[in-house]
Ligand binder design. Structure first.
Ligand code: UDP
Length: 327
């Protein structure tokens, strides 16, 4: 039998896409997991299979308010945040608060518990990047007052305050810069390219490509991302590390791949490009390769197939449901 690791981990954003996969991984590795989520964008369905386990506990709590969990905590993973551009347009203040006040609370919490903390940063700290591909030394090109500023600047503040706690309080910290990630449990209606395209294909609608579709992204399958995060948490390195898949594709090509994958007879329609939409994005993962011996293993074709299978298990209601939660 695999040796079980000891420890109790707090995962914020536990009911979300990445958070729920992290809960699964840490349980598998033998940890006790405390999940926390305010369920604004998360969904209990993503973790309902964990509720029967004695190693899992859940707190329905907003981390932008004081965080309290009794008992020992060895590691904190702060993954709570809206993560899709339309979410941060709809809930800009919560987005700012969870990245700033939430991070502050969790850093204080980790300090009080003597725990290591990892914060989930993002490729959005690079904004609409002028350097390509993006390595960790690039400072970014962010519009602070644009619609994406609430997310980008909250995450930049998050990195700054995490470094301050590291330097001033000698807190044991990790910063992961996450690039576009996809897989089962993404919200079908979260507005991001992959769920949007798959949802449209399954409903028999045309696929909405924004702009002329020449902007690029690099999509990482969630299992690869979780592996990189897991390795980084246990590596002795406190500066930011990019985790993502360097295989770059234009959004038009991506839509064409989804058309082929789903076998839909629908076509691409072109819509206006959102304000400040980054023109290109590809991680330089040299640091993760060298430090963690990590690189993505799942080819896009396989990852997309697994994601499509997941979306096919959703009910008709889910497929046609519009998200009125923030309206
Ligand atoms: N996009 C698109 N059609 C959609 C949704 C998104 O063309 O229905 C584009 C979007 O403008 C961006 C890219 O796909 O250029 C990735 O968008 P997403 O929201 O997934 O994430 P981002 O990387 O922009 O945060």
């Amino acid at each position: 039998m695999k040796e079980k690791k000891q420890g109790r981990v707090l995962i914020t954003g536990a009911a979300g896409f990445l958070g729920s996969h992290l809960c699964d991984r840490f349980i598998q590795e033998g940890f006790e997991v405390v999940g926390m989520d305010n369920l604004i964008t998360g969904d209990l369905k993503n973790i309902e299979h964990l509720f029967k386990l004695s190693e899992f506990e859940f707190y329905h709590h907003d981390v932008s308010k004081f965080v309290y969990v009794p008992g020992r905590i060895d590691h904190v993973l702060h993954f709570a945040s809206p993560a899709s551009p339309i979410d941060y347009l709809k809930i800009p203040i919560q987005t700012l608060k969870v990245g700033s006040l939430g991070t502050h609370n969790l850093l204080g919490f980790a300090k009080a518990k003597g725990a290591r903390i990892m914060v989930a940063s993002t490729s959005e700290v690079y904004g609409d990047p002028l350097a390509h591909p993006q390595n960790e030394a690039y400072w970014g090109n962010v519009n602070p007052v644009g619609p994406r500023g609430v997310y980008d600047e909250a995450k930049r503040f998050q990195e700054a305050i995490t470094m301050a706690y590291h330097n001033y309080h000698q807190l044991d910290t990790r910063i992961v810069r996450i690039f576009n990630t996809y897989g089962p449990r993404m919200r079908l209606n979260d507005g991001r390219a992959l769920p949007a395209f798959i949802g449209q294909a399954l409903r028999g609608e045309d696929l909405t490509v924004f702009g002329d579709g020449s902007q690029t992204r690099s999509f990482c399958y969630v299992d690869d991302l979780v592996e990189g995060i897991y390795r980084l948490l246990f590596a002795a390195y406190y500066l930011p590390v990019n985790i993502g898949n360097p295989q770059e594709i234009t959004i038009k090509e991506f839509a064409e791949e989804i058309i082929q994958l789903t076998g839909t007879s629908q076509k691409i329609v072109y819509c206006s490009l959102p304000v400040d939409d980054p023109k290109q994005r590809r991680p330089d993962i040299s640091k993760a390769r060298q430090l963690l011996g990590w690189e993505p293993q799942v080819p896009r074709k396989m990852g997309l197939q697994a994601t499509l299978e997941y979306f096919k298990t959703l009910s008709k209601d889910d497929l046609y449901k519009t998200d009125h939660r923030f309206e």
